[in-house]
Design a protein around this ligand. Structure first.
Ligand code: ACO
Length: 439
């Protein structure tokens, strides 16, 4: 088979042949298509990058039609069943699962960074008691950049790894302190020797009436949820990480941008929005009315639909399974019955079937988080903790990719042609008339 594509430009009747590599043509090849020498050349117009690959990546593979998700070639279900979060985080960053020695070194490198400066605590104390934890996380992530100026040496491999260990160590601490702050409680220092998820629960609930939530089964469930959320290739927040990182901003600033992207309800914020939606629906009898409203365009069925998956999101399947293990300890969260009925009705309705809208990762995760004692406003933070690993892996891949440059999309300008300034402005800013109108 000839791995090329031939395009005929009907404006000029000229023919162009371009190589096809891994199902793509180079967008820059299109620029060779010109009507005359003055012409800039053809561009593709792709709002929201629905059909544009912005990088080559070895990290995550998704087949959206078949519902497949793999990190570094390993199936997500195998990883979630047999590995711990730090092992999978190592895999995503380094490309291979760790040997026992590598795992010990990795854990030590992260644990060394499990602490934050007193100034960062004071910085966090400046937030109002009702500040949203995602806002606190975005700002504190950016503030970390001021504490570690050496992270700006983004091309230095040792510095890259130092920033990675530092961020993986500190994100759960910032997340936990944000939670404690919103409760008006003092901060609890990390216990680095505990498991990653276990330590997070310790920082949230030690010495509190919620101590019982530090249950090993729940810690393992959170570990699994963390694994499921590590990476998901070029989604909105990862694209922000790469885009900002391409300017050689340090990884803390880039991760602050990525965290902001995650906060939106169409992305990571959907888990919080699902709970709000279920609360608004209230009971099963109200589902048909709600679905009618969705079909009429009044609202979205949150936690449904995905840019890439046109089949069941494999993470949603595993989350549903984890729910049973969690409920055995915490008791059943009644919202799961409502969510399952809503899913059942949606998946028999032509509106959702014809558009291939299925539950995504956020549909069931909030229900489990709530059963585990987390409040809805913490849900997206629980997403950000593991996703920081994915952002860092993608950032490192970007920085070390010789083909990458500063991200700078083109636009199609559709505004005014040249216009002359109105006379009243053309007279200059110092004119008496202008000064009088400014007064
Ligand atoms: N409820 C109702 N209708 C929907 C939904 C939904 N959740 N999702 C998509 N649709 C409809 C759209 O209105 C559109 O209909 P149309 O063809 O009649 O205009 C059609 O399905 C195609 O949807 P798009 O908007 O083109 O899909 P897109 O890929 O741009 O959006 C997104 C994907 C943002 C995830 C969307 O499905 C959505 O808003 N879902 C709800 C929010 C959500 O759960 N987000 C979490 C995603 S997972 C994650 O980020 C971690």
């Amino acid at each position: 088979m000839d791995n090329t594509v031939t395009v005929i430009d009907n404006r000029t009747e000229k023919q162009y042949t371009f190589p096809v590599t891994r199902g793509t043509i180079r967008a820059m090849d299109l620029r060779k298509i010109k009507v005359d020498a003055e012409d800039f050349g053809l561009m593709s117009y792709d709002p929201a990058f629905t059909n544009t690959a912005s990088c080559q990546s070895k990290i995550t593979f998704i087949d959206g039609d078949k519902g497949i998700l793999r990190y570094r070639g390993y199936d997500i279900a195998d990883l979630a069943e047999h590995c711990t979060f730090p092992q999978v985080a190592y895999l995503v960053i380094h490309g291979e699962l760790p040997t026992p020695e590598q795992e010990a070194e990795w854990l030590t490198a992260i644990r060394i960074h499990m602490g934050i400066f007193e100034n960062i605590k004071k910085f966090m104390e400046g937030f109002r008691y009702d500040a949203h934890p995602m806002g606190m996380l975005v700002s504190t992530m950016a503030a970390l950049s001021t504490f570690y100026p050496e992270s700006k040496e983004v091309r230095n491999h040792d510095r890259q790894m130092e920033s990675i260990h530092r961020m993986v160590g500190k994100v759960p601490i910032i997340a936990a302190y944000g939670y404690r702050h919103s409760k008006g409680l003092d901060y609890i220092a990390p216990e680095p020797q505990l498991g990653y998820a276990e330590n997070f629960m310790h920082m949230l609930w030690d010495r509190s009436p919620l101590q019982h939530l530090k249950h090993p089964v729940l810690a393992r469930a959170l570990d699994v949820l963390f694994i499921l959320h590590i990476d998901h290739e070029q989604n909105c927040s990862t694209n922000a990480m790469r885009s900002v990182g391409s300017s050689e901003a340090d990884p803390f600033l880039s991760a602050a941008a990525a965290t902001a992207g995650l906060a939106g309800p169409l992305h990571g914020g959907a888990n919080e929005a699902v709970l709000k939606m279920l609360d608004e629906i209230g009971s099963k009898e109200n589902i048909p009315e709600f679905i009618k409203g969705v079909k009429e365009g009044h609202q979205k069925l949150m936690g449904f639909g995905h840019r890439v998956y046109k089949n069941y999101d494999p993470r949603a399947k595993m989350i549903k399974k984890t729910a049973d293990e969690v409920f055995e300890i915490t008791g059943r969260n009644k919202k799961i019955d409502l969510a399952m009925e809503l899913e059942r009705i949606a998946l028999t309705d032509d509106y959702f079937v014809s558009r291939k809208l299925y539950p995504n990762v956020d549909y069931y995760s909030g229900i489990i988080y709530e059963a585990m004692g987390f409040e809805p406003k913490m849900f997206t933070v629980l997403f950000a903790i593991p996703r920081a690993v994915g952002w860092l892996a993608q950032w490192q891949e970007l920085i070390n990719d010789p083909e990458q440059k500063i991200a700078r999309p083109r636009q199609v300008y559709v505004g005014h042609e040249y216009r002359k300034l109105p006379d009243s402005y053309a007279r200059g800013t110092g004119s008496e008339e202008r000064l009088a109108s400014a007064r």
